[in-house]
Design a protein around this ligand. Structure first.
Ligand SMILES: Cc1ncc(COP(=O)(O)O)c(C=O)c1O
Length: 496
């Protein structure tokens, strides 16, 4: 049946070519989605029994195009305003296609990924270079332990590897002996704005969800409280996590200060910067200063699939001292004991696809100048959106964007800044978002967040909307239309 060598060569090329065309049209579509159904309806449509008889390869492709794809969300649509994961970089798409065919496995170099291993090493070194970690001269890169990082399937995977490193750093050998004293394995995170992945990581690696939440101000650690907590609980803490762009407002932590405080209290504390979003600051000299201090952190997570327009999934954990990855290495005669077998340094991952080639192609194609230009465009979009929010008396912006995230709420009629009705604001905002999701015409993100800038009521939990200016297709017209739509919905919801 339809293995590639069983088909007529031209028929195979035509089929693949047709799906590439469909894919390009999908990406260029203006709509967030072509068809909306309830989850139950989609379940009933797609969760079917395995057919007894074979279905022709063309029919399967047609079913995907006609039935499945119209229900997919298009994050490259200029109406998808909540994230910027467009996956629309052409070089990355092309490289990703080739990687599908090439079927390389990054677990081993010699027989599974002879060249892919080295494009992956190049990408890791480019990422290190962007954030300011030094690289060894190429001729001194003799093993995977000289590279200074690993790629993973996402920020969650990278953060989990970082927490594993923190654990081994504070209690060497725990990999082999198991956790003996989890009370030494707390991590410090900022209250209310952290990403669940670090807490889950602790749970997954046997430390229990031992997080210590420190109060924040303006979506960064309250440094006085940080110092107090670290001093009081000094011997219980294995790591401090700093968000270099938190998940919600993308505010960049005061990295230098966090570093100085933590190192002064206890030099062995593993300092981890989650720069899933913050990698964007490295693209342009205008924002690079925000990363000041990051190179003194022991590890840094970056998530190119979030901020570089490359298709999923591609993240990396970078480490200050490349040899530190020995702490979490695996040895097995099923992984080649060869110098460049990445399988030795990627906890939780065995077989690994050549995802990094998408980033390799994107970064080759853009170069530093292209990345800077891309980021400048994003900043202009973000500033335009912020301005539109600020000019609209029915909307209130909650953050001062460090990068491209603008967090805002709709203010119901009669809103009194002296006596804000937080429940009503949240209720209307929640209903606006529910309607947006239901209709699928526009998309903003939503979450709960403490009002850390006090623009409504200091410390209250808010449910705002979030815009991101990353998608290069967003025009001022889209932004104006989307905000007019949101305010229209707000008016309708508050009267409903
Ligand atoms: C700050 C931060 N860290 C980690 C993650 C997890 O990334 P992923 O979904 O790629 O695993 C996210 C995702 O939104 C994030 O915002």
């Amino acid at each position: 049946m339809p293995l590639i060598h069983d088909m007529d060569r031209q028929a195979a090329v035509d089929l693949l070519h047709r799906l590439v065309t469909v894919g390009v049209e999908f990406k260029l579509d203006d709509q967030v989605t072509r068809k909306r159904l309830t989850p139950q309806d989609i379940r009933d449509l797609l969760v079917t029994e395995l057919p007894e008889q074979s279905t022709g390869v063309h029919d399967v492709a047609q079913e995907l195009v006609d039935v499945v794809l119209p229900l997919c969300n298009n994050e490259a649509s200029p109406r998808f305003l909540g994230f910027g994961h467009t996956g629309a970089d052409v070089s990355a798409l092309a490289a990703g296609l080739l990687a599908l065919f090439a079927q390389q496995n990054l677990i081993n170099q010699s027989f599974a990924a002879p060249s892919a291993t080295f494009t992956e090493i190049a990408v890791i070194r480019w990422l290190r270079d962007l954030i300011g970690y030094p690289n060894l001269p190429v001729n001194e890169v003799r093993t995977v332990w000289d590279v200074g990082g690993v790629t993973t399937y996402g920020g969650t995977g990278s953060n989990t590897t970082a927490m594993l490193l923190a654990r081994e750093n504070i209690a060497p050998g725990t990999m082999h002996t198991g956790v003996a004293n989890a009370e030494r394995m707390h991590i410090v995170v900022p209250a209310g704005i952290g990403h669940y992945s670090v807490k889950s990581a602790l749970e997954w690696i046997g430390c229990g969800g031992r997080i210590i939440e420190v109060p924040t101000r303006g979506y960064r650690y309250d440094l006085h409280q940080l110092e107090k907590t670290l001093t009081e609980r000094r011997d219980e803490i294995m790591s401090v996590v700093a968000y270099t762009g938190d998940s919600r407002t993308h505010t960049v932590e005061n990295l230098r200060a966090v570093h100085d405080i933590a190192r002064a209290v206890r030099p062995e504390i593993w300092l981890h910067a989650d720069a899933c979003w913050g990698l964007m600051c490295a693209f342009t000299p205008e924002l690079a200063g925000k990363l000041d201090g990051i190179t003194a952190f022991d590890s840094v997570t970056v998530d190119p699939h979030k901020v570089m327009d490359i298709p999923y999934a591609m993240s990396a954990l970078l480490v200050r001292d490349p040899a530190s990855l020995r702490l979490v290495s695996s040895y097995s005669d099923l992984i080649m004991q060869e110098d460049f077998a990445f399988g030795q340094v990627t906890p939780f991952i065995g077989t690994k696809e050549w995802s990094s080639v998408k980033l390799w192609a994107m970064m080759r194609a853009h170069g530093r100048a292209g990345l800077a230009e891309m980021m400048q465009r994003r900043l202009i979009t973000t500033r335009t959106f912020s301005g539109l929010v600020d000019d609209n008396p029915r909307l209130l912006r909650l953050n001062n964007p460090d990068m491209t995230a603008v967090v805002f709420v709709y203010l119901p009629t009669g809103h009194d800044p002296q006596r804000p009705d937080v429940d009503r604001i949240n209720d209307v905002s929640h209903r606006i978002h529910a309607r947006l999701l239901e209709e699928g015409r526009w998309h903003f993100h939503q979450f709960s967040i403490p009002d850390d800038t006090g623009r409504i009521s200091q410390g209250a939990t808010l449910r705002p909307l979030r815009f991101m200016g990353n998608n290069g297709r967003i025009t001022e017209g889209h932004m104006r239309d989307a905000l007019a739509y949101v305010t229209g919905l707000g008016r309708a919801m508050e009267n409903a």
